[in-house]
Design a protein around this ligand. Structure first.
Ligand SMILES: [Zn+2]
Length: 882
């Protein structure tokens, strides 16, 4: 088993401190957080920021033999992303040996039951704790300083017991950039009327709160670090993700989770989740704390979060959510009268009401959820809630978990091995046995990306050296095969099969629908436009492991002639087009089928003239894009221009806009990040060809945030003035693209001639909160070029649109529609007949310009590779001179 070298420890300006203590003497005492930061963690209106926290951790690393701090890499904005490893000194000195034991437990194919039993007896339980992924949930980033100090310094039987039995892997912030952003923002506003002012930007450069929705697409640096440490380097038995929730109801959520459990997860995971969740509750109740709730609000079904994804990897993953203060500022809540008749308990649990802005000087209304019950035995009745309370609840729950893991060390290790062994046995007997990713698909880059994502989370992928047959279907050599009889087979199955979300109505079938926590579909092949085939019968194939990371075959330039032809079906043709346009090459899309070298290409072939041969050769290599050089007869074509593109984003940050920024940069679109003032300044057509408005409401765009606590420079929206300028932009030949439900803005504010067939329907008539649905595409329309005739699109409470009675000056086109057949491919939908036949992607020509409505989530969370071309084409088409 290959051993990894220990990562370099970080050292941040500690030289003078170290020189102060001559080598032979006792090491200097580790300063307390209060000594180091100048205030107690949780002190009112005092926050420690990341840059100092990282220094503190580096100092503890230097001064303690119980702690090793490693930098796992850089954050998106270049800060250190660190991991602190805490255990006994002899363990800290032999981490490679402990990592090797984890790897042995994770692979029952090479580890015998006897070896596993010995590791369970002799090894330590590995507990990974990630905190503060959501930056305004600030308490944990303060608490971790106290925790590391206590574990590094305390001489007590309790700490001895923990350190002897546990290796704690602590990530003190999973989003250091955002942590520092929030602390700086709070310091700026402290003592002003804007003390509780919302941040003007997302607290992660691109994706804000969705940084905990990235656990299968792994787009961001921070997600990659966590994934690597979890599934490659350490394979912990237990994972805890620490959060904060709203302020008005329960004080802390601990597991158990609520319904539904995902059926692909071993039930033993849930038993241990419940055991350790209640170890946390035990510690909180031991300390006499009120407001501990479980079994409500947070479900056990969805893959996308830090705290959920490990379940399919046979790991015991937990979540805590502590009620929030307003950062360092306390919240006063009126106190409920427990003597009044209790109100009925709502099925939804302790969810928050609408979190609108409020006057911080007015107390919150008293909590209404004060009915004691088995999963909320001592309800929170109200009062003052301080950062110190947040820090204390987070500390107590963490101590409870450390003790629970220490007490159950052998059981957790034994069962991690057992679940891995059972997974291998389960799928060795099948069905299903495997998933095949056939060779020769439309976009080999998307195929390789899917395989790489599977590998990154611990899946073993093989490739067929020769042709084979499975379930009666022939597969060519080069097909990728993911056999499920491997330790993380449950995860592979869940990622590649269609999801079936149960229609839960609780407590009776007459109750309203129990809404899922997030989306109900994540079938990776469908998201990415890659075919994956489940195999139901045993089969033989000559398979060899695929080296990590998988990559697509290198692209090259074939043939000869003055015209280069790029394949529009490959997503990397987008970045190639942007590079070529930037360099001044002539790029156009053939609007008719063309036949070159005996091969007919559908409309949309990308023709490049006057390009430097070296540039084309380079991009073919970089982007793994096959290019054909040929003599092409003159054909009708749409000449592209480098798009002068603006992406609108309101103040306060908009995650869909943030994801769109990320995506545009990945595919090398230059763009202007347009704010309210840019739109209000007018003359838009002179500056831009295309303006993109991501998923947001008309009120967010036009009115913006007008709450009292918003700093004046970030208040308001584009206003009626901005709406007038956008109308003029379109009239004068500009293209406005709306994403998702921003279609309503195009209709309500700009007069786009469409109506939503789903408007006004209640949830019992139509409901589709995050599913993959079939769409049919007009591949002769430029927005549909390069797409297959049918694709899978992500639909999240969106609409189905139809052109209204056209008026003479307006032409409309439906580029993609929901066909008149079964639409649901993965997830959950009620009332799908209402959607059949309606439009998903529509164009209205207004004046000299156009509005293009991408009404589903065409680029959702940068996951929907299968529909990206619809969006990218809209941009090029909008800027094209036709
Ligand atoms: Zn959170």
């Amino acid at each position: 088993m290959p051993r990894r070298a220990r990562l370099p420890a970080i050292a941040l300006g500690l030289a003078c401190l170290l020189h102060a203590s001559p080598g032979a003497q006792a090491p200097p005492a580790i300063p307390t957080p209060e000594q180091f930061f100048g205030f107690k963690m949780g002190a009112e209106r005092k926050l420690a920021g990341w840059d100092r926290i990282a220094e503190y951790f580096a100092l503890v690393d230097t001064l303690s033999d119980r702690v090793a701090v490693q930098e796992l890499g850089k954050t998106t904005m270049g800060r250190p992303y660190i991991l602190a490893i805490v255990s006994t000194p002899d363990t800290i000195a032999s981490l490679d040996r402990h990592r090797a034991m984890q790897k042995a437990l994770a692979d029952p194919r090479t580890t015998t039951d006897e070896q596993a039993a010995r590791i369970a007896r002799e090894g330590k339980a590995v507990l990974l704790i990630g905190t503060n992924v959501h930056s305004t949930e600030i308490g944990n980033s303060q608490m971790v300083n106290d925790l590391i100090h206590r574990l590094a310094t305390e001489q007590s039987p309790w700490v001895d017991h923990v350190l002897k039995n546990v290796i704690l892997l602590l990530i003190p912030s999973q989003n250091p950039d955002g942590q520092q952003m929030v602390v700086d923002w709070y310091a700026k506003n402290l003592g002003t009327p804007y003390e509780d002012s919302p941040l003007p930007e997302l607290y992660h450069k691109y994706i804000g709160h969705d940084n905990n929705r990235d656990n299968y697409m792994l787009t961001q640096a921070e997600t990659r670090h966590l994934t690597r440490v979890t599934y490659k380097e350490w394979l912990p038995e237990v994972y805890l993700d620490k959060h904060q929730m709203g302020s008005s109801r329960a004080r802390i959520f601990v597991p158990p989770f609520k319904n539904p459990p995902n059926p692909n997860i071993d039930p033993l995971v849930w038993s241990e989740v419940n055991l350790l969740g209640q170890a946390m509750a035990t510690r909180l109740h031991e300390a006499g704390k009120a407001g501990v709730v479980w079994g409500e609000q947070y479900t056990g079904f969805w893959e996308g979060a830090n705290s959920t994804n490990p379940w399919w990897h046979n790991m015991v993953a937990l979540l805590t959510e502590v009620a929030s203060s307003r950062l360092g500022t306390p919240i006063v809540q009126e106190v409920a009268d427990p003597a009044r008749p209790p109100r009925p308990v709502q099925a939804g649990g302790p969810g928050e009401g609408p979190a609108g802005p409020r006057d911080p000087s007015a107390p919150l209304p008293a909590p209404t959820d004060i009915q004691y019950r088995m999963n909320y035995p001592r309800p929170w009745l109200g009062g003052t809630w301080r950062l110190a309370d947040v820090v204390e609840y987070q500390m107590l729950s963490t101590l409870g978990l450390l003790e629970g893991v220490a007490n159950n060390r052998e059981l957790l290790k034994r069962n991690f091995y057992l679940m891995n062994r059972r997974t291998v046995e389960l799928f060795a007997k099948g069905p299903p046995y495997a998933f095949v990713v056939p060779a020769g698909q439309r976009d080999p880059v998307a195929v390789a990306k899917l395989v790489e994502l599977m590998q990154a989370e611990g899946a073993e992928v093989e490739r067929a050296g020769t042709a084979f047959t499975a379930d009666g279907r022939p597969y060519a050599a080069g097909a990728y095969v993911l056999r499920l009889a491997q330790p993380f087979g449950r995860w592979i199955k869940d990622m590649l099969e269609p999801q079936q979300y149960p229609d839960i109505r609780w407590p009776s079938t007459a109750s309203p629908i129990d809404r899922p926590y997030d989306v109900t579909a994540w079938s990776l092949g469908m998201l990415m436009g890659v075919e994956t085939v489940e195999v139901k019968a045993p089969f033989d194939a000559a398979l060899a492991p695929v080296a990590e990371p998988a990559v697509a075959p290198e692209g090259r330039v074939a043939g000869s002639g003055p015209v280069y032809i790029l394949d529009h079906a490959m997503i990397s043709s987008t970045a190639a087009t942007n590079r070529l346009l930037k360099e001044g090459a002539e790029v156009s899309w053939a609007t008719q089928p063309i036949t070159v070298g005996g091969r007919e290409r559908p409309p949309g072939a990308i023709l490049v003239r006057n390009a430097k041969a070296a540039t084309v050769a380079q991009l073919a290599r970089d982007l793994r894009l096959p290019v054909e050089a040929a003599a092409v007869p003159p054909v009708p074509a749409l000449r592209l221009r480098a798009p002068r593109l603006a992406l609108y984003e309101p103040w306060g940050g908009n995650m869909d806009a943030g994801w769109t920024r990320w995506l545009l940069e990945q595919h090398e679109f230059p763009y202007t990040h347009a704010r309210n003032a840019d739109i209000r300044a007018g003359d838009l057509r002179k500056r831009f060809d295309v303006i993109v408005v991501a998923e947001m409401t008309t009120a967010q765009i036009v009115q913006g945030n007008t709450a009292r606590n918003v700093r004046p420079e970030y208040a308001g929206g584009i206003g009626d003035e901005g709406v007038r300028h956008l109308k003029a932009f379109v009239e004068q030949g500009g293209t406005l693209i709306t994403l998702g439900n921003a279609a309503q803005f195009a209709i309500e504010a700009l007069g786009a001639p469409f109506e939503n067939a789903l408007a006004g329907l209640d949830q019992d008539t139509f409901f589709c909160p995050g599913s993959l649905l079939r769409i049919a595409i007009d591949t002769r329309h430029p927005v549909g070029y390069g797409m297959p005739e049918e694709a899978d699109a992500m639909f999240i409470n969106n609409g189905g649109y139809r052109p209204t009675a056209t008026f003479p000056s307006v032409g409309t086109a439906v580029v993609a529609r929901y066909p008149q057949k079964q639409l649901l491919r993965s997830g959950w939908i009620i009332g799908e007949a209402r959607l059949q036949g309606t439009g998903a992607v529509l164009e209205a020509r207004i004046g000299r310009g156009r509005i293009i409505l991408q009404t589903m989530r065409v680029q959702n969370r940068a996951q929907t590779w299968g529909t990206f071309p619809l969006f990218f084409n809209s941009i090029f088409y909008g800027a094209a001179a036709d």
